[in-house]
Design a protein around this ligand. Structure first.
Ligand code: NAG
Length: 239
């Protein structure tokens, strides 16, 4: 009997069925609608979009080997034609679920790769596509450090990068690449390498606000964080 139980347990472990859990928490004083997008060739998570009222948490099971991104939409509503739309980080699916569609920038992105062949997870916060909300990523596993962008970049956003609401409030802050579409800001063309693409006065606004986050495509390695695989993650909006 003991050996049977043991072999059952070993079989369970071998199939890697011990899923990782992402616990998303909304510490903002307003509702958010997180979205998830799996990387190419990997199945979407059980939820690709849902509402998260202030103060609430949502647990999302994730396969032990997974790669993808998460973000939070804000100021969402169903319009008169029945379409679900958001003022920031919309995924344009027309529904609360994003169903394989990504965030329309500007959007603060949480990027994770779990269960790499070296037994490590890699994760980062990216403001390369702009900023719409504060977030922190807190792993619960061993040998991990957390990363955070706790500062409201909207309040420091220069007017030429600002995404404005109808009342003139800054809802999100575009990257210079998104606002001006020039190679020196997008790290494209003659600037398509780490040697030629450098921080700019615009990327520095994001870097100064959130030093742990990626501020442009070739931002230094200090923006990528690692953790031993198998642990869970707390992802907190407005930490
Ligand atoms: C950044 O630099 C550009 C080009 O030199 C200049 O036109 C712009 O006003 C500067 N913006 C800020 C926010 O410093």
């Amino acid at each position: 009997m003991k050996t049977l139980l043991l072999s059952l347990l070993l079989a369970l472990l071998a199939t890697g069925s011990s899923a990782v859990t992402f616990t998303l928490k909304n510490n903002c004083p307003y509702p958010i609608w997180p979205g998830t997008l799996s990387g190419k060739g990997t199945p979407q998570l059980p939820s690709t979009g849902f509402e998260l009222p202030p103060g609430q948490t949502y647990q999302l099971p994730v396969p032990p080997q997974w790669s993808g991104r998460l973000w939070a939409r804000t100021l969402c509503a169903t319009d008169r034609t029945g379409k679900f739309v958001c003022a920031t980080a919309d995924c344009a699916s027309g529904q609360v679920a994003c169903n394989g569609a990504g965030a329309i920038p500007p959007a603060t992105l949480v990027e994770l790769t779990l269960g790499s062949s070296t037994g490590k997870d890699f994760f980062d916060i990216s403001l390369v596509d702009g900023y719409n909300i504060q977030v922190s990523v807190v792993p619960t596993g061993q040998g991990c450090s957390s990363t955070s962008c706790p500062v409201n970049v909207n309040s420091r956003c220069p007017p030429e990068l600002a995404l404005l609401g109808s009342d003139g409030a800054v809802l999100a802050c575009k990257s210079a690449c998104l606002a001006f579409n020039q190679p020196q800001y997008c790290c494209s063309g003659a600037y398509a390498s780490p040697e030629t693409c450098h921080p700019t006065n615009y990327s520095m606004i994001f870097k100064n606000a959130c030093p742990q986050a990626y501020s442009y495509a070739f931002d230094d390695k200090s923006s990528t964080f690692t953790c031993n695989s198998g642990g869970d993650y707390n992802i907190i909006f407005c930490p």
